[in-house]
Design a protein around this ligand. Structure first.
Ligand code: TYM
Length: 331
């Protein structure tokens, strides 16, 4: 059975982008694959959270993973920092990761541009840590959004380079995966590119948002003066809202507003109202579970402990074999 590894950084609550990029098919995935779902808390240290925030965010992601349908009886769910084996594999892979290729990575270049006061080595080697996360369980499939495509390419590079270097076929090639369909990019509500946790408070709809918060955010989304001719190409700020509707709403709602747009009869107020209600219908069952699971500390403790034990079994086997391949021997 093929192995799936999926990770989400613990930097806040999860939003619709995370859901459609990585989590949508959790239930199906865990029936067909050997699945590892983890909370990337080492990765979140690049932005220097304080200890309370770090713990709170790890808890949020754990709760929201479970609320989205992960069954800890079927899958392995764990916190990255509970596996020191990942840090060891990261160190080993770093020896064969070159400065030039790391500097060329788009996400690193974006960070330099937007975050010039904190360009740390963790950001530079982020793709190496991500590769370690994936290949520590010898995964071949990695459910991610479009923004992670290049990181997956780098994970393949590091896995293949290790194999070549030691003349082995130890690590299989990991590939980005969205259950047979294209990788997705869910846009933000503010018209500025993708939905993200750190793109401003009105950009993202979180799975834990209340119906009122959702209505407020969606009604604030920027629109324009309306189409000026029939069947015109939609400008990005409008297309973004249609893209979100396509993800969350019944097809008939999407088609209805698409037709109104094409006939120049659309009223953005009605369109956004419908979009907000459709998001609420979509997120409400998840939100209810978030509230229920979040209050059950004993259950969360048990899930994290069992997950760490199961994940360490697989990770320590890999590390033992990798050490042998590299030539570490005890006297
Ligand atoms: P993070 O926390 O930024 O994102 C988690 C997942 O959500 C997807 N995603 C989106 N997909 C579509 N549209 C969006 N607007 C959107 N925003 C986020 C991301 O593609 C991702 O799948 N580096 C990873 C975390 C990670 C990881 C791993 C993932 C660390 N190690 C190993 C897989 C395997 C990240 O940026 O997460």
């Amino acid at each position: 059975m093929e192995t799936v590894v999926s990770g989400i950084r613990s930097t806040g609550n999860l939003h619709l982008g995370n859901y459609f990029g990585a989590m949508k098919n959790f239930i199906k995935m865990q029936q067909e694959y050997n699945c590892y779902f983890f909370i990337a808390d080492y990765h979140s240290l690049t932005t220097h959270p304080n200890p309370q925030n770090l713990h709170l965010h790890v808890k949020n992601v754990l709760v929201e993973y479970l609320a989205a349908g992960i069954d800890p009886e079927k899958s392995t769910i764990y916190v990255q920092s509970d596996l020191p084996e990942i840090a060891e594999l990261y160190l080993l892979l770093n020896m064969n990761a070159y400065l030039g290729e790391l500097e060329r990575c788009t996400s690193f270049k974006d960070k330099i541009r937007n975050n010039s006061e904190n360009i740390n080595a963790g950001l530079l080697t982020y793709p190496v840590l991500m590769a370690a996360d994936i290949i520590i369980h010898k995964a071949t499939k990695v459910p991610v959004g479009k923004d992670q495509e290049q990181h997956l390419e780098m994970a393949r590079t590091f896995a293949n380079r290790f194999n070549r270097m030691y003349d082995t076929e130890y690590f299989p090639e990991p590939h980005a995966f969205n259950f047979g369909t294209q990788l997705v990019k869910i846009p933000g509500l503010d018209g500025n590119g993708k939905m993200g946790k750190s793109e401003g408070e009105n950009n993202a709809v979180f799975l834990a948002d209340s119906p009122d918060q959702i209505r407020k955010k969606v009604m604030k989304a920027v629109t324009d003066a309306g189409p000026t001719e029939p069947n015109q190409v939609k400008p990005a700020i409008i297309q973004n809202l249609f893209d979100i509707m396509k993800a969350v709403s019944p097809t008939s709602n999407y088609q209805h507003f698409d037709e109104l747009y094409n006939n120049q009869q659309i009223r953005y107020g009605d369109f956004k109202k419908q979009l907000a209600e459709d998001i609420i219908v979509f997120t409400s069952p998840i939100r209810e579970k978030i509230l229920e699971i979040g209050a059950n500390t004993d259950y969360l403790k048990k899930v994290a402990k069992n997950g760490a034990d199961k994940a360490r079994e697989s990770a320590s086997k890999t590390i033992k074999e990798v050490r042998e391949i590299i030539g570490f021997k005890s006297f």
